[in-house]
Write a protein that binds this ligand. Structure first.
Ligand code: UD1
Ligand code: CA
Length: 447
């Protein structure tokens, strides 16, 4: 069945104390909204509608960045969760299929959970995701009659007996889209909060003879983020899960608690990640690679058998082929390093192509930026770049060519040639001895 996601994210997020809309605060390098979108992907949604409020433009940009097809609707006044869902009805007019309501500030719902909800929809008109709360606090309470859900009562409106119920509402709801909008249109705001509660649709549905049920999940999945402290806790939870998953996938983490993953990090089997490595978004590492301590990687690809670090930085567009070596204090940006190339010490390689087996000496820099434009450097296979070479781009070093240490290379070097571009050495016999003797004599006279 076709599915549409409706992701609510118009709430003020007051407790974040931030100019950034709450749903754009990142976890593992992606806005929490994107985590919710990714959970929803489990249902292969045909449509995704995001209900935004303050900062809708920024929310739109971030959401489109992840999925260009999403629709954004704006809820100008936050009158409650039912009112928020109603904002999506025009965007989904004519849509036939199920709608699933997710919250943009609830990033950890597992795909399996949403699939269980979709399966339960075969037997019920409305499926609500619930959980047994360790501390039910202010959550909405799910009032059951056998395996059927009768209604949901918000904490503020609940009686003492109802408050004693520990089965709570996560907020995630699935129903036929047009049924959902019909029900939502019937919700009023005569309650303790004066809000249009999405939760009221269950009572209205059962009164109409529709059936509702609950699918439960672990409380941790329903974790919502309202403050910076909760954001930090969510980050910690994500990292703990990511580390466990990486190890289960056959990756060695020598000190797992010191490695930080992004939401989309992919690492192949039998790779090793040493302590204090940070992965930004967009990193893929093939099997059998070695990421040594204190390295920072983002937007890059590392192939089988490559060794990175310690203390290396791979920036977006770094492409390391098999058995490449990138050593300490080396930064690589937007550069392709072919098989077996070595950049072992203290270098910057940016906007470049480095041929197979080329050896880049310590301290080499591709001078790619003239203050206005970026320029490209090409280094041929098996070239030998002497230590401390400045490669002033655009420039090409031919296959098997060589540059003398300390050269500033501004012109192309042909295959197999040697380029030396530095002042000629001039030795002055005895000069140093005479010079120091003179200085010392001056010092003694003065004392
Ligand atoms: C809601 C549920 C409650 C449930 C809890 C789980 C209702 C009435 N209550 O309560 O039963 O236990 O979530 O966390 O639904 N939002 C909008 N527009 C609005 C109001 C809210 O987009 O006008 C969005 C918020 O950004 C947030 C989500 O809806 O992502 C939930 O809103 P929130 O105010 O946090 O609901 P709760 O009071 O926590
Ligand atoms: Ca909430």
């Amino acid at each position: 069945m076709a599915t549409a996601l409706i992701i609510l994210g118009a709430g003020m997020g007051t407790r974040m104390n931030s100019d950034l809309p709450k749903v754009l605060h990142p976890i593992a390098g992606a806005p929490m909204l994107v985590h919710a979108m990714k959970s929803g992907m489990a249902l292969a949604p045909e449509r995704t509608v995001i209900v935004a409020g303050q900062g809708a433009k920024a929310v739109e940009t971030a959401a489109r960045d992840h999925d260009p097809e999403v629709q954004i609707v704006v809820q100008t006044e936050q009158l409650g969760t039912a009112h928020a869902v109603a904002q999506a009805s025009d965007a989904l007019s004519g849509f036939t299929g199920d709608a699933i309501v997710l919250y943009g500030d609830t990033p950890f719902i597992r795909p399996e959970t949403l699939q269980a909800m979709a399966a339960a929809r075969a037997r019920h008109d409305i499926v609500v995701l619930g959980f047994q709360a360790a501390d039910p606090g202010r959550y909405g309470r799910l009032i059951m009659a056998g395996d059927k859900l009768n209604r949901i009562v918000e904490f503020k409106d609940a009686t003492k007996t109802e408050r004693a119920v520990s089965l709570c509402n996560s907020g995630v709801v699935a129903a036929d889209a047009q049924t959902l909008f019909d029900l939502v249109a019937a919700v009023g705001n005569d309650n303790a909060a004066g809000e249009y509660y999405l939760t009221d649709i269950v009572g209205i549905a059962t009164a109409r003879g529709l059936s509702a049920t609950v699918v439960t999940c672990d409380e941790a999945e329903t974790l919502g983020i309202n403050s910076r402290a909760e954001l930090a806790a969510a980050e910690a939870l994500f990292q703990a899960q990511a580390r466990k998953a990486a190890m289960a996938d056959g990756v060695t983490l020598t000190a797992p608690e010191t490695v930080y993953f992004a939401h989309d990090t992919v690492i192949g089997r039998d790779s090793t990640v040493e302590p204090n490595v940070v992965f930004g978004p967009g990193v893929t590492i093939e099997s059998g690679a070695m990421i040594r301590a204190f390295s920072h990687l983002e937007g890059c690809h590392v192939s089988r058998g490559a060794v990175v670090g310690p203390f290396a930085r791979l920036r977006p567009g770094a492409e390391l082929a098999e058995n490449v070596k990138v050593g300490n204090f080396v930064e690589i940006k937007n550069a392709v390093l072919d098989e077996g190339a070595k950049v072992n010490h203290l270098s910057y390689i940016g906007d470049a192509a480095v041929g197979a087996q080329a050896n880049i000496g310590a301290g080499t820099i591709t001078c790619n930026y003239d203050g206005v434009f970026k320029h490209h450097t090409t280094i041929g296979a098996a070239a030998f770049i002497g230590s401390n070479t400045m490669l002033v781009a655009p420039v090409t070093i031919g296959k098997g060519a060589m540059t003398g240490s300390g050269s500033v290379i501004t012109r192309d070097v042909g295959a197999g040639d040697l380029a030396v571009a530095r002042a000629k050495q001039d030795n002055k016999a005895g000069f140093a001895a005479r010079f120091f003797a003179k200085l010392r004599a001056q010092k003694n006279k003065g004392a």
